[in-house]
Structure formats: structure tokens, C-alpha cells
Design a protein around this ligand. Structure first.
Ligand code: ZN
Ligand code: ZN
Ligand code: ZN
Length: 158
């Protein structure tokens, strides 16, 4: 009987020892590296110099001028161009391909930087607002609504 008690005690001791081995693992610290990707700047180029004029050529005297594509009264398509200068209420337009940002030829004001003929279109009565700083302006800012040009002048209409 006494021997049995000893065995039971030994078993109990063994169980206790066995249970004592639980190891406490250090919590794994996962460092979250949040990569801040540089914001992709979408450069939306807002142009204020694009103007549509009648496509019947540099000698066209339809005088159509619009900020949107369409058809001229003469039946020709309006073609996109861009202002290179405003003299009085006349727009000097370079009718080169879309996206062109050439400037007026400083030596020969009948040509634009890409060598094309500059077309003169009166802005009178077109309902457009444009910058005409100093009467001879190369801000090349035209708009459908009144506002201010980048040079600080109020857009005018005629
Ligand atoms: Zn026309
Ligand atoms: Zn051009
Ligand atoms: Zn201006």
C-alpha cells in the first residue's frame, strides 16, 4: 500500500513537471512598412489658347471663331488652332496640328513658329472673352466666360 502511494505521488509529480514547460514565446512584432508611393501627378494641361476657325485656308474670310469644334456657316469644318497673338480685337491664329504650342515668329508676324501662315480672325461679335493687354497681347488667353488672364488683366469681349 505504501509503495502504491509512492508511485501515485511520482506520477503526479511527473505530470506537474511536464506541464511546467510551457514556454512563453516573445510576440512576433511585424513591422509594417507602409510604403508611401509618390503620388502620380497627373499633369492636365489646361490650355486657354485653343480656338477653332474655319478650315477653308489662311485666306478664308468667313471669320468663324469658336472654342468648340463644329461646322462653319460656309460648310467647312472648323479646325483647331491656337492663338499666337491678339491685336486689338483680332486674333492671330496658328492652325497647326492639335497640341502645337508654337509662338508667333518674332521676325515675321505672318508666320508662326512652325512656319505656317498665321490667320487673322476678328473676335468681334463672337461672344468670346480674351486677354488684350496693351492692345497687342501674347497671353493667348481666350475663354467662353469672363474672367482673368494669367497676367492679371480682365478678359475683354468685343
Ligand atoms: Zn468658312
Ligand atoms: Zn502652332
Ligand atoms: Zn493676359
Amino acid at each position: 500500500m505504501k509503495k502504491l502511494m509512492f508511485v501515485l505521488a511520482a506520477v503526479a509529480l511527473g505530470v506537474m513537471m511536464g506541464c511546467g514547460g510551457s514556454s512563453t514565446e516573445a510576440p512576433v512584432v511585424v513591422e509594417e512598412v507602409v510604403e508611401v508611393a509618390p503620388a502620380v501627378e497627373e499633369v492636365v494641361v489646361v490650355r486657354n489658347d485653343v480656338i477653332f476657325t474655319c478650315g477653308c485656308g489662311p485666306d478664308c474670310d468667313c471669320g468663324a471663331a469658336s472654342l468648340t469644334a463644329g461646322t462653319c456657316d460656309c460648310g467647312s469644318e472648323l479646325v483647331a488652332g491656337h492663338l499666337v497673338k491678339v491685336e486689338g480685337n483680332e486674333a492671330l491664329v496658328c492652325a497647326c496640328e492639335e497640341g502645337c504650342t508654337c509662338e508667333i515668329d518674332a521676325e515675321d508676324e505672318t508666320k508662326c513658329g512652325c512656319g505656317k501662315d498665321v490667320k487673322r480672325v476678328s473676335l468681334e461679335g463672337k461672344g468670346l472673352y480674351y486677354c488684350n493687354c496693351g492692345g497687342s497681347c501674347t497671353c493667348n488667353h481666350v475663354s467662353a466666360e469672363p474672367g482673368k488672364c494669367g497676367c492679371g488683366m480682365d478678359l475683354v469681349t468685343s
